[in-house]
Design a binder for this molecule. Structure first.
Ligand code: MFK
Length: 564
C-alpha cells in the first residue's frame, strides 16, 4: 500500500505579478506615466524576492549572528560574524534603491509609494533586513531635516546611496536599562570634547549593530558634571561604530541579545566608554528630534506587518488548494473559506491603512504647499494608528494561518512558526501598542490631529458614487460622528480616563479609517472589479467602533479585578 504523504504548498514565483491588490492600488494612486516606469522594476523585483533574495534571507535565518568577544590571545575584538546572506542583502538594498528611492524623489510625492511598495515585496523574504533599512530610512530623514551641511554631505550621502560599496545602514540606539518606552530616564552622559562630544553609558538594545553609524540619545553634562533630568535633558547624537582605523569608537559589545525571534538580526548590548559623537539638532530636544526617525521606522513597522500578513495568507491560500481532508480540498470546505475570507478582509483593511500612511509621508515631503499642509497632521495621527493596529493584526493572522496548517504549522521545519516568533516583535519595538495608543492622544492634544482626521475621511465618504458603497459610507459617517461625540464628551474626564480608554479609541479610529479607505478604493474600481466592492462591504458591516467609558469607578473596578 502506498503511504500518504501530503504535498506542501508552493508560493508563486513573482510576488508582484500575482498581487492584484498592490497593482490595482498603485494604479489608482500614482499618475499613469510615473506608474508606467515603476511597474517594470516592480515586476522584475517581484521575481527577485522569490529568487536570490529569498535565499539570502534563508541563509541569514539559518546562520544567526555570533559575537566573538576575544581573539585567541585575549585581545578584545568584539567581532560580530553575520551570515553571508545578511551581508549580501545590504548590497542588494543599495543597488535596488530601497532607501534611495525615497530621497531621490524622482517621482515627487509618489516616490514614497514606489519605495514602500518595493520594500513591501522585499520584507517577507529578507529575514528582517527590513529592520536596518527602516532605521536607515529614519536616520536619513532625520539628517535631512536636522543635520549640518557636513553631516548631509557625509552620512546622508552614504545612507541614500545606490553604490553597495558606499552604502551605509544606520542603527538607532535609544533603549537603555531604565526604559524601552520611558526613554526620558536614559542615563547615558555626553561630555564636551573639543568640537565634538564623548558619550558614556550602556545601550541595552541596539538593533543591527554592524551598521557603520547610529543615532543615539545622551544627557549633556555641564562643567560641574550636572545634568538636566527627564526627557528635556536629552540631546541627540550621531555616532560612528568604528574609527577610520577600523577600531571600535571607544565602545564595547557586551553581548548579543538572545531573542524570541528576528534571530538573523544582530541586536546587541553596548557599553560606550567615551565614544566620539556629534550633536544633531538642539540641546535638550533629543526626544523630539529623534521622533522624526521613529515616526519613519513606525511606518516601516506597519509595512513589515502587512507584508508578513500577506505572505502568511499566500501560504494559506496555496495550502487550501493542496490539502484534502474529509474527502475534499480545504478550499471546498465552507468554514475554512469563511475563516480565510475574514482574514483576507482584515488584511486588505490594514493594507490600506499602511499604504495611505506611506502616501501621506510622500505628500508631506514632496507635495505642493497645500498638500503638505493637509498631509502633516494626518501623517502625525496615521503613523501610530498604522503601527499599532497592523502589528497586532499580523499576529492574529499569523496565528490563524499556522492553525490552518494543523500540526505541521507548529513544526519548526515547516518554516511557519518563525513568523509568529518574528511577528511578536512588531508590537513591541518602535513603541508598544499602549505607547502608540497614547501617542495617538498626544498627537491630538499637541497637534490637534483629530479634526483633520475626521474631515479627511468625511470628504472621502461623501464623495462615494456607487449606490451600495454610498450606503456603507453613510454607516461609517455615523461611526465617525459617534467618535466625535465621544471625544467632546471625554474632554472633561481628565488624563486617567483618556489613558485608560486609549487603546479602544485608537483601534476604533484605525478600523473606521480602514473601511473608509477601502470604500473609496472599491468605488474607484467599480465596475472594473467586483472583488474590492465585496471586501469593502463586508468590512463595513463589521463592528468597527468599540469605546470604553473608563471613568473613575471603572478604573477602580479594574484595579479590584486585578487585586492590585
Ligand atoms: C521592520 C520594522 C522596523 C522597525 C525597526 C526596529 C528596530 C529598532 C529597535 C528599537 O530601537 S526599539 C526602540 C524604540 N523606542 C521607542 O519607540 C520609544 C517608545 N516610547 C515613546 O515613544 C514615548 O512615548 C516617548 C519616548 C516619546 C515619551 O517621551 P517623553 O519625553 O516622556 O514624552 P513627551 O514629553 O510627551 O515628548 C517629548 C517631545 O517629543 C514632545 O514635544 P514637545 O517637547 O515639543 O512638546 C512630544 O510632542 C514629542 N513627541 C513624542 N512622540 C512624538 C513626538 N513628536 C512627534 N512624533 C511623535 N511620535
Amino acid at each position: 500500500m502506498k503511504e500518504f504523504i501530503q504535498e506542501g504548498p508552493v508560493l508563486e514565483d513573482n510576488q508582484f505579478s500575482v498581487d492584484s491588490l498592490l497593482q490595482d492600488y498603485l494604479g489608482t494612486q500614482i499618475p499613469a506615466d510615473f506608474y508606467g516606469t515603476m511597474k517594470p522594476d516592480l515586476e522584475r523585483f517581484g521575481a527577485r524576492v522569490m529568487g536570490d533574495i529569498l535565499k539570502m534571507g534563508e541563509d541569514a535565518d539559518a546562520n544567526p549572528p555570533v559575537h566573538i568577544p576575544f581573539d585567541a590571545f585575549g585581545h578584545r575584538i568584539d567581532e560580530i560574524r553575520v551570515a553571508k546572506g545578511w551581508d549580501e542583502m545590504s548590497r542588494v538594498s543599495a543597488v535596488e534603491g530601497l532607501v534611495a528611492i525615497g530621497y531621490e524623489r524622482k517621482y515627487g510625492p509618489y516616490s514614497r509609494l514606489y519605495q514602500m511598495a518595493k520594500n513591501y515585496l522585499f520584507a517577507p523574504s529578507s529575514a528582517y533586513y527590513s529592520c536596518p533599512l527602516a532605521m536607515t530610512d529614519g536616520a536619513a530623514k532625520l539628517i535631512e531635516n536636522f543635520g549640518s551641511e557636513n553631516l548631509k554631505a557625509s552620512a546622508l550621502s552614504h545612507l541614500t546611496s545606490r553604490d553597495p560599496d558606499f552604502f551605509w545602514a544606520s542603527g538607532q540606539w535609544m533603549t537603555e536599562r531604565t526604559g524601552g518606552s520611558d526613554v526620558g530616564t536614559s542615563e547615558t552622559r555626553a561630555r564636551k570634547d573639543g568640537e565634538g562630544w564623548r558619550l558614556y553609558g550602556v545601550k541595552w538594545f541596539t538593533s543591527a549593530v554592524t551598521s557603520p553609524m547610529a543615532m543615539t540619545l545622551a544627557r549633556i553634562e555641564n562643567e560641574k558634571g550636572e545634568v538636566v533630568p527627564g526627557s528635556k535633558g536629552l540631546s541627540l547624537f550621531f555616532i560612528k561604530l568604528k574609527n577610520d582605523d577600523g577600531k571600535y569608537n571607544n565602545l564595547e559589545i557586551i553581548r548579543l541579545k538572545d531573542k524570541l525571534g528576528t534571530r538573523a538580526l544582530p541586536t546587541a548590548e553596548l557599553r560606550l566608554e567615551g565614544s566620539r559623537a556629534l550633536l544633531v539638532g538642539e540641546v535638550g530636544r533629543g526626544v523630539k528630534t529623534i521622533a522624526t526617525l521613529f515616526n519613519v521606522t513606525r511606518i516601516h513597522n506597519a509595512l513589515s506587518a502587512v507584508a508578513s500578513s500577506r505572505r502568511m495568507l499566500s501560504w494559506a491560500r496555496a495550502y487550501a488548494t493542496k490539502r484534502e481532508a474529509f474527502g475534499k480540498l480545504l478550499k471546498d470546505h465552507p468554514l475554512h473559506i469563511q475563516t480565510l475570507t475574514e482574514l483576507e478582509t482584515e488584511f486588505q483593511g490594514a493594507f490600506h491603512l499602511f499604504f495611505y500612511t506611506a502616501k501621506l509621508l510622500g505628500l508631506d515631503e514632496a507635495g505642493t504647499a497645500e498638500e503638505r499642509k493637509r498631509a502633516a497632521p494626518l501623517l502625525r495621527i496615521y503613523t501610530p494608528l498604522a503601527k499599532l493596529y497592523t502589528a497586532k493584526q499580523n499576529l492574529k493572522i499569523t496565528s490563524e494561518v499556522i492553525e490552518s496548517f494543523g500540526g505541521v504549522g507548529y513544526l519548526e521545519n515547516s518554516g511557519l512558526s518563525k513568523w509568529l516568533r518574528d511577528g511578536q516583535t512588531l508590537s513591541i519595538w518602535e513603541g508598544t501598542t499602549n505607547v502608540l495608543s497614547l501617542d495617538v492622544l498626544r498627537s491630538m492634544q499637541k497637534e490637534n490631529t483629530f479634526p483633520p482626521f475626521v474631515k479627511d475621511l468625511s470628504a472621502r465618504l461623501t464623495n462615494l458614487k456607487d449606490a451600495e458603497l454610498k450606503l456603507c459610507g453613510q454607516k461609517i459617517m455615523r461611526e465617525l460622528e459617534s467618535l466625535q461625540k465621544f471625544v467632546s464628551q471625554a474632554q472633561t474626564e481628565g488624563d486617567d480616563f483618556m489613558q485608560a480608554q486609549a487603546r479602544h479609541f485608537a483601534y476604533s479610529l484605525a478600523r473606521v479609517a480602514m473601511v473608509a479607505l477601502m470604500l473609496e478604493f472599491a468605488d474607484q474600481l467599480t465596475p472594473k472589479s467586483k472583488k474590492y466592492h465585496l471586501t469593502a462591504k463586508r468590512m463595513a458591516e463589521k463592528k468597527l467602533v468599540s469605546l470604553l467609558w473608563a471613568d473613575s469607578q471603572w478604573r477602580q473596578d479594574s484595579q479590584q479585578i486585578l487585586s492590585l
